[in-house]
Design a protein around this ligand. Structure first.
Ligand code: ARG
Length: 459
């Protein structure tokens, strides 16, 4: 096939080299952005008198026709084209003739591809944010549904202190809220128009970059033409946002996998989100959660891949940068797929508060409260800590829990113990008393939930 850039060279590249050079296999997903960008470009050229009104109108109608036909399926993307930009221009020229060849005035594929990618990614940011909002709503619903469920809180995966299940869920809500805010922040830098930078140095034509940017919904224009075509930091930032979402989702997945095991039994994942084993009839595996955890590595890889591609590139555009798209698309698709399965899996998950409570009742999770009780009676914390520790050791030796220790035994350790000790180490009391801001008391968790809801109302 004849090359658009045929001229200086014959355009006769080797077939293998052609395939190697081509990006249409993955950049065709930006056809919409490419066409809308071209429509705005033609409008700008026309408004500036660089293109005649008739040519401008023909180009606009031609591009709109191509978009409509691609969307209806009447037109197929030609895989023989080098990239999506070439395909659209070729199709336009096939449809309207000479005016089609005027579209590429005062631009280059270098600013065009940067434009397309920025337009594509801001759309991705919006979709990711919408999914995170759905996830946050689901977290709030679950937290409300099981508002008084008490579970062991862990450090080092050892039972540490009792917490409300809703406190645990709100911890994730805070992470996903930050992820959502990060995406919004990253979107600001994505939403900066590179078009008009041309190949690298700007243009001699009397263009109006701000007109074109405004037509396409950009808030700003890239202030330096070389920067506009040669950096992809906005895409790196987006990948970093996705890497963090994946990391949070992966940790949450890990907990769901643990919690749904027979050893924990805190939750049951709905059959719709588990699989069986081909050999062990009793198995119910949490594959979806495992895949969310597993795919995180791939998203991290995408981030590292782009960072590495960019490292060492001289200004301005280099073909290496064509390698930006696959990792970005892969990560976007992967995170989208993970969130899409994780949300309904969480929504349909059954929680077993009685199992959580039973686990919290073992393991001396109230030992801190026992020490705090003595502090309340006038003991120094270090002494109180030691006494509590000795009592725990005694319980272990005698196969008891702190709630079962008779008052006389408590008194052997300190005369400060009294009948009110049993109330002080009651699980619900332990939770209720942790009323410090951000703590696990029901009031504090309710405040956290109100905060998450208020944040969700903000754009
Ligand atoms: N397909 C190319 C890319 O994705 C478009 C830009 C090509 N520019 C060039 N000077 N060859 O980066």
């Amino acid at each position: 096939m004849a090359k658009m850039w045929e001229g200086r060279s014959s355009g006769q590249t080797d077939r293998i080299a052609d395939d190697f050079n081509s990006s249409i296999g993955f950049d065709s997903r930006m056809y919409r952005q490419d066409i809308l960008g071209s429509i705005a470009h033609a409008a700008m050229l026309t408004a500036q008198g660089i293109l005649g009104e008739t040519d401008g109108a023909l180009i606009k109608a031609g591009l709109e026709g191509i978009l409509a036909d691609l969307e209806s399926g009447a037109l197929q993307i030609d895989p023989g084209c080098e990239d999506i930009h070439m395909f659209v221009e070729q199709e336009l020229t096939a449809r309207i003739g000479l005016p089609g060849k005027k579209l590429h005035t005062a631009r280059s594929r270098n600013d065009q591809v940067a434009l397309d990618l920025r337009m594509y990614l801001r759309g991705e940011c919006d979709e990711d944010r919408a999914l995170l909002e759905e996830l946050l709503m689901t977290l709030l619903e679950k937290a409300e549904e099981y508002s008084d469920a008490v579970m062991p809180g862990y450090t080092h995966l050892q039972r540490a202190q009792p917490v409300l299940f809703s406190q645990h869920l709100m911890a994730y809500a805070m992470m996903f809220l930050r992820d959502r805010a990060r995406l919004a922040d990253c979107r600001k830098r994505i939403n900066c128009s590179p078009i008009g930078a041309c190949a690298l140095a700007g243009t001699t034509y009397p263009t109006d970059r701000r007109f074109e940017a405004a037509e396409l919904g950009f808030d700003e224009i890239c202030r330096n033409s070389m920067d506009a075509v040669s950096d992809r930091d906005f895409a790196v930032e987006y990948l970093a946002c996705l890497a963090l979402i994946s990391m949070h989702l992966s940790r949450f997945s890990e907990e769901l996998i643990l919690w749904s095991s027979a050893e924990f039994g805190f939750v049951t994942i709905d059959d719709a989100y588990t699989t069986g084993s081909s050999i062990m009839p009793q198995k119910k595996n949490s594959d979806m959660a495992e895949l969310c955890r597993g795919k995180t590595g791939r998203v991290y890889g995408d981030l590292l891949s782009l960072l590495t591609t960019l490292k060492g590139l001289p200004l301005a555009y280099n073909k290496d940068m064509q390698e930006d798209k696959e990792p970005v698309f892969d990560a976007a698709d992967t995170v989208r797929a993970c969130l899409s399965v994780f949300i309904p899996m969480l929504a349909t998950m059954k929680v077993h508060p009685e199992r959580m409570r039973a686990a919290a009742q073992k393991g001396f999770i109230n030992a801190t409260d026992l020490a705090d009780y003595l502090v309340g009676k006038g003991a120094a914390f270090r002494d109180a800590y030691k006494i509590s520790g000795s009592l725990v050791a005694r319980c272990i030796a005698e196969d008891m829990v702190l709630e079962m220790v008779p008052l006389e035994v408590y008194r052997e350790y300190s005369p400060l113990f009294d009948t009110d000790v049993y109330e002080a180490i009651d699980l619900d009391v332990c939770v209720r008393k942790r009323g410090s801001e951000g703590g696990t008391s029901p009031e504090s968790v309710a405040e956290q939930m109100a905060y998450v809801k208020a944040q969700l109302k903000e754009a």
